[in-house]
Design a protein around this ligand. Structure first.
Ligand code: GTP
Ligand code: MG
Length: 199
């Protein structure tokens, strides 16, 4: 799988700063604070390669991480959406950057759409799913922070999320359940991401 070095390549606040699309990319998106950076760290087995934060909306750019030596693929930490206090101009800039990246990026093999297991798919997540459907980028829905709720609740949200995924043409029918904190579901997802990078 991916056991080689993981290094931060660059941050792209706009499309013109994207790196060359010369290797496969796997992107992570989801509401701010959903656990994107934490999942990226857990998958790569690094403590803090991607900066995690207690302040929602910390990540405002596309952050690229190189995996493997020689380079195997890139992980892309996308800016979170849905934070309450963002001014409309910031939201619009975010929307355009993400949409244009998703639409035009040939190197992008798969996206992971993270959803908080406590909340399930909210309106903003459904909008993101629509954007991914329209860009025809295949995506895996990943429930995060599964350690924070009871097993019975988790089962219910999992089933609801699978039902939601089935309505979206570009979504995988399976839904991954994870906890970056406890390591739950991480090995399985790592295998899936690695396979995605080879497609
Ligand atoms: P932005 O970059 O601001 O959009 O946030 P993010 O989606 O990258 O979230 P981040 O990884 O920074 O995590 C946000 C908070 O949730 C941090 O306090 C993490 O420690 C916590 N967190 C992330 N994953 C888990 C998890 O699996 N379990 C628990 N209990 N907490 C988690
Ligand atoms: Mg982050």
């Amino acid at each position: 799988l991916f056991s080689g070095p993981v290094t931060f390549l660059k941050s792209a606040p706009a499309l013109k700063f994207l790196p060359d699309g010369d290797v496969p990319e796997i992107a992570f998106c989801g509401r701010s604070n959903v656990g994107k950076s934490s999942l990226l760290n857990a998958l790569t087995g690094r403590k803090a390669i991607a900066r995690t934060s207690v302040t929602p909306g910390r990540t405002q750019e596309l952050n690229f991480f190189d995996v493997g030596e020689p380079l195997q693929f890139r992980l892309v930490d996308m800016p979170g959406y849905g934070f309450a206090k963002a001014p409309p101009s910031v939201v619009e800039t975010w929307r355009r950057l993400v949409r244009d990246y998703l639409r035009g990026r040939v190197a992008l093999k798969r996206t992971l759409l993270l959803v908080d297991a406590r909340h399930g798919v909210k309106t903003v997540d459904a909008e993101m799913m629509k954007m991914l459907d329209e860009a025809a980028v295949g995506y895996r829905i990943v429930l995060t922070k599964a350690d924070k709720i009871k097993a019975s609740e988790l089962e219910k949200v999992h089933a609801e999320t699978i039902a939601e995924a089935r309505k979206h043409p570009a979504a995988y029918p399976e839904v991954h359940v994870t906890s970056s904190e406890k390591g739950l579901g991480i090995a399985e997802l790592r295998g899936a991401v690695f396979a995605d990078s080879l497609t």
